[in-house]
Write a protein that binds this ligand. Structure first.
Ligand SMILES: Nc1ncnc2c1ncn2[C@@H]1O[C@H](COP(=O)(O)OP(=O)(O)OP(=O)(O)O)[C@@H](O)[C@H]1O
Ligand SMILES: [Cu+]
Ligand SMILES: [Mg+2]
Length: 687
């Protein structure tokens, strides 16, 4: 629903209001419903419904059994009818609307099942009321008690689940605080200064490098780029932007470096966090149908066919419309998802909070359900298996026209505009020389290759070795192989199209990496390395870690293609990455996992974020997911499985043997399973 609203209100002044609003309000989309669905304020709905439900529960018997605290008096039937009617329309509305959406999409699921339950309970009870009050044909049992508790428990379940998602979102915000929450401002003289977001003022100019998050709302004054505004507008495609175009704080800059004149500040930073939070919650439903919805759909069809079947058979057998009607209603009431409605939300709530405590931010809870099928883990090298903390090990100049110092200085001029780990290494080296960095213009990021720009009227390009090979550019092979075989990453500098020099950089393998690879292998998950780096450097790292499958010198789209290739082979793929070049494959993979310290683009694209950037947390995630899936399955059995027996019995399948499930026994089964489901969810652990 945020999606829709954001499209309507495209002025940042209105963002502010919404941002505050939505943190407190329960307007979250729920799985099983269209994004544009309003759940309304669930917390408020729950408490108002509680006040309506208590008198109903006291004044009307549960499926005909009188509980000790219950009572009736003349006219109490009328009170129950009035309260129940208000409750049905007020408390039941989110579910009825949800069902409408599901049926429109020809995909009945949880909302439809709940709506069927409450509608049948309500309509039949009204019929019972009329019959008991005005027609003299014996007492007809009503289901007002069931109606009230069903609505209450469903509201509670959805509120709990929504809270779980919001808490995960808060953790996302916290994590975003750990990430650089700064902006680079630039003055008239062209000096760059990094300041915290709060210090940025309207009218100032900020530089946004490729892959960075746009810090504020503003207008582009220099450069052109493509920008992904999906977290703000919900439109998940890149939009090209050039001078005079508006950018929105919180969107993610694509491949160009731009300068932006700030038009909105302060809360736009906060706002972007909220937007991400909401959008990630919304993204949830997109991938696979959740287990609970599948069960709900089945239960819906089964209940409906058994209900109608029972009606027809009993009508033919007894020729008594009343008996046939009562059988049908009993079936539909017994199938009601009292426990099912809590079974999954409680597990999700427990699981996401456990995850957050252990440094796992689960943005898409489908990841928990899919994890047990994972048999292939694709891992990026730089920044994921290695620290991405480069230091320069060699600088070479290939002709006498330029010195090593020139190579370093020219490269720094470009790297000053990049957020790639390799850029940081070059700039560290440049700093030692105490020389000022020349100014570069027209900078463009070439994903998976490097970047280009103009410095002192020279056309400069920093590229990888595969770029040289692809374009048949001549370079000193022996120097390259000597450096690469040591595991170094080598970046070449082209000046006006000629290979002028190179810089080699070394990185350290993360200490936890080797153990994690072993653990994954012992779980039967095959590790594969995907890297944009050169083959030799990749082999060096992979051999040390014990990874047999390597794909090197990949462009971002090739990484994504490899994910698809594995999927085509029938593999379930988990992808772990940190860079801009990993983003497409993170989205494509069955589960995308981003390193928390990685680029914003990667973090946005992932289903799970390792907040502490600790690789061991991949194993924790798998363990949490396995236990969560187990709990979900158990809870589905406790919450819905008993219907396998209860529904046929309620339909009267064993009537010939004198066995008819009385509604009272059905009610006891139902409450019992609700309690079990709740306790079971709380017992979830990571081991
Ligand atoms: N900013 C940059 N500075 C220098 N070289 C770069 C830069 N960006 C890319 N390159 C070159 O392009 C290659 C591929 O870069 P890419 O970002 O796709 O992968 P990577 O970060 O090296 O490795 P991985 O895919 O394992 O993270 C690098 O190895 C490097 O040679
Ligand atoms: Cu129920
Ligand atoms: Mg990387």
């Amino acid at each position: 629903m945020m999606n829709k609203q954001m499209n309507h209100h495209n002025h940042h002044s209105e963002y502010h209001e919404m941002a505050h609003h939505d943190m407190n309000h329960a307007e979250m989309s729920h799985e099983g419903m269209d994004h544009s669905m309003h759940m309304g304020n669930l917390k408020q709905k729950f408490f108002v419904s509680l006040c309506l439900a208590i008198p109903i529960i006291i004044l009307s018997p549960m499926m005909g059994i009188n509980l000790p605290f219950q009572m009736t008096f003349t006219g109490s039937d009328w009170i129950v009818l009035i309260l129940a009617t208000i409750l049905f329309f007020y408390g039941g509305m989110p579910f009825l609307q949800g069902a409408k959406m599901e049926l429109k999409g020809k995909n009945p699921a949880m909302m439809t099942l709940i709506s069927l339950g409450i509608s049948v309970a309500y309509l039949y009870s009204v019929y019972a009321f009329i019959s008991n009050q005005f027609l003299q044909n014996g007492h007809v049992m009503d289901f007002f008690w069931e109606l009230a508790t069903l609505i209450l428990i469903m509201l509670l379940g959805h509120w709990v689940e929504m809270n779980a998602i919001q808490n995960a979102g808060n953790a996302l915000q916290k994590m975003a605080e750990l990430l650089p929450s700064t902006a680079t401002i630039v003055n008239e003289a062209g000096d760059l200064k990094i300041v915290s977001l709060q210090e940025v003022q309207v009218g100032q100019f900020v530089v946004v490098k490729a892959g960075e998050k746009v810090p504020t709302d503003g207008v582009i004054t220099v450069g052109k780029t493509s920008i992904n505004e999906s977290m703000v507008t919900g439109e998940s495609k890149e939009v090209s932007k050039a001078i005079a175009d508006q950018v929105i704080g919180g969107s993610v800059n694509g491949s160009g470096t731009i300068t932006v004149k700030v038009t909105g500040t302060g809360e736009s930073g906060y706002l972007s966090q909220v937007m991400q939070l909401v959008s990630s919650a919304q993204k949830e439903k997109s991938k696979v149908e959740s287990l609970s919805d599948k069960v709900a759909k089945w239960l819906f069809y089964i209940a409906l066919s058994f209900g109608i079947g029972a009606f027809i058979v009993w009508l033919l057998m007894t020729k008594d419309l009343n008996i046939a009607f009562e059988r049908m209603v009993t079936v539909l009431i017994i199938a009601c998802p009292h426990a099912l409605g809590l079974a999954i939300p409680l597990v999700v709530a427990r699981s996401t909070s456990l995850g957050a405590k252990n440094g796992l931010l689960i943005k898409n809870r489908q990841a928990l359900e899919v994890a047990k099928k994972v048999d292939t883990i694709l891992m990026d090298k730089t920044g994921t298996l290695t620290e991405g903390n480069f230091s320069v090990t060699a600088i070479k100049a290939f002709s006498t026209a330029y010195t090593k110092e020139d190579i370093l200085s020219y490269m720094s001029a470009l790297e000053n505009n990049s957020s790639h780990p390799l850029a940081t290494g070059v700039l560290k080296e440049q700093k030692k020389t105490k020389q000022t960095i020349p100014v570069a213009t027209d900078i463009r990021n070439i994903a998976g290759v490097g970047l280009e720009g103009i410095v002192a009227q020279l056309q400069l390009k920093i590229v990888s070795v595969s770029y040289l090979n692809k374009n048949q550019l001549v370079y000193d092979q022996s120097i390259f192989h000597e450096l690469a075989s040591k595991g170094y990453t080598v970046s070449f500098l082209l000046i006006n199209g000629e290979v002028a020099g190179l810089i080699a950089q070394g990185d350290q393998i993360k200490p936890q990496a080797k153990k994690m690879i072993q653990a994954l292998k012992s779980k039967g998950i095959s590790p594969v390395m995907l890297t944009g780096d050169n083959k030799q450097a990749a082999v060096a790292v992979a051999t040390y870690l014990g990874i047999d499958a390597i794909h090197a010198e990949l462009l971002p789209e090739e990484k994504e293609q490899i994910v698809r290739d594995y999927q085509k082979e029938g593999k379930t793929v988990m992808m772990v990455g940190d860079g801009v070049n990993d983003a497409p494959s993170l989205v494509r993979a069955d589960i995308g996992i981003a390193i928390g310290a990685g680029t914003d683009v990667a973090v946005e694209s992932a289903d799970v974020i390792l907040v502490k950037s600790d690789l061991a947390d991949i194993l924790h995630f798998l363990s949490l997911a396995r236990n969560t899936a187990k709990k979900m399955l158990q809870n589905l059995w406790w919450g819905a499985g008993y219907n396998i027996l209860a529904i046929p019995l309620a339909a009267g399948v064993l009537a010939f043997a004198g066995v008819i499930l009385s509604p009272a026994v059905g009610a006891i089964l139902m409450s019992f399973s609700t309690v079990i489901v709740a306790i079971n969810a709380m017992l979830l652990k990571i081991d």
